[in-house]
Design a protein around this ligand. Structure first.
Ligand code: ATP
Length: 229
């Protein structure tokens, strides 16, 4: 197996406020890795560093064997990092079709493949994104990220704020993506759902990685101590 994403001892912060105090994680090609931890422990900040939206002050960051620590966020996206951000930001005034086409880059992921994954988007192609339900907007955000043909898909709280039935649809899509060999870094609060899809997990506590291992080995002691469940 080849390591796709490799973070070692990452430190970073917001101005004078340090938020990450040593995050280490590695994601193998084709793997689904869960990034876990309670609120405010640094998951989204870690994603921002990976996406090059936030500078790192220490540590190393490699993607596909390449040092990306100094890359701009634009170049990071070009290098194959595809983010579905927290809060699923779509272009509200653009139609579904436009949202999908602005992002598209040539590769295995075509519009048809995205519509096969999310048939409901196909029925909404002419509608403005702002008129979609929360679940449909999430599908659009995932579809848009896939159409950039990323080497790694990062899902930050993809099911947050959605009704249970819609959540189930999103999880089914994530499992389908895994089945198709997509490498995924996934952040979510549902240990149960993560257990069903993630190969391995990394747990953050106060901005530092404190546990990593196979998902099946994340026992009650770790969940109780670091995840509050
Ligand atoms: P959540 O599950 O609530 O999204 P998280 O694990 O993603 O939490 P982060 O959002 O990465 O946590 O926050 C880590 C720390 O950085 C927190 O102490 C938070 O208050 C701080 N922080 C996050 N964003 C900013 C910001 N824009 N400016 C200043 N501090 C921030």
């Amino acid at each position: 197996m080849t390591t796709l994403l490799d973070l070692k001892d990452i430190t970073a912060g917001y101005g004078p406020v340090q938020a990450l105090f040593g995050v280490t994680l590695a994601l193998e090609e084709g793997e689904v890795l869960a990034l876990m931890g309670r609120n405010g422990m640094g998951k989204t900040t870690t994603v921002r560093v990976i996406m090059r939206m936030l500078p790192l002050s220490g540590g190393t960051l490699f993607f596909g064997g390449r040092d990306i620590a100094r890359l701009s966020s634009h170049r990071a996206a070009q290098a194959g990092l595809g983010l579905v951000p927290e809060g699923r930001r779509c272009f509200a005034q653009l139609t579904v079709a436009e949202n999908l086409s602005v992002a598209a880059r040539p590769g295995d992921w075509t519009l048809q493949r995205v519509l096969d994954l999310f048939p409901r988007l196909g029925e909404r192609m002419g509608q403005a994104a702002r008129t979609l339900s929360g679940g449909e907007q999430q599908m659009l955000a995932i579809g848009r990220a896939l159409l950039t043909n990323p080497r790694l898909l990062i899902l930050d709280e993809a099911t947050e704020g959605l009704a249970p039935v819609v959540r189930a649809e999103i999880w089914a899509a994530i499992r389908a993506l895994k089945g198709q060999g997509v490498s995924i870094l996934v952040i979510d609060k549902s240990l149960k759902e993560l257990s069903g899809v993630a190969d391995r997990a990394v747990v953050l506590e106060r901005g530092a990685s404190v546990w990593s291992g196979r998902m099946a080995r994340l026992g009650e002691d770790i969940a109780g101590r670091y995840l509050g469940v």
